[in-house]
Design a protein around this ligand. Structure first.
Ligand SMILES: [Zn+2]
Length: 139
């Protein structure tokens, strides 16, 4: 009974292209205008809903903030460091608030309700939109 000797050696010389998509952040030059504010329109990645008009938010670097995964969009939990800082919630074009966790209120797109795309610090009501969780357009 030795017909179980099916040795499958998969020596496939597959050229695994490990060309890592080079960090897009570099090419984006941080998307700042001359005043250090957002140069572009900031939109929801999922439905393109407008969140912020240009020249509203200052790019800021925080100690790492963990944002939970976005269930409906299969975006994993990630720690974010770069945020667009918005002092006044009335500067947002469209935004909704989701649950409050500890001292934060998570922010979501008002149109499709997908989030969190950022958070609001409840101690001083400053809002932070995660740089990597929104998209950018010139119009
Ligand atoms: Zn949306």
């Amino acid at each position: 009974m030795d017909d179980n000797q099916t040795k499958i050696e998969s020596n496939t010389d597959s050229n695994i292209d490990q060309a890592k998509a080079s960090s897009t952040l570099d090419s984006q030059q941080e998307r700042l205008d001359v005043e250090g504010k957002n140069r572009d329109f900031i939109r929801c990645t999922f439905c393109s809903c407008l969140i912020l008009r240009p020249s509203i938010a200052a790019l800021t670097e925080k100690s790492e903030i963990n944002l939970p995964k976005i269930e409906r969009a299969k975006v994993e939990e990630s720690s974010c460091r770069k945020f667009w800082l918005v002092q006044d919630i009335y500067q947002f074009e469209n935004l909704s608030f989701s649950r409050t966790v500890d001292d934060m209120k998570y922010l979501a797109c008002a149109e499709c309700d997908i989030g969190p795309i950022g958070y609001q610090d409840q101690s001083d009501k400053t809002s932070y939109i995660a740089f990597e969780r929104v998209s950018y357009t010139e119009k």
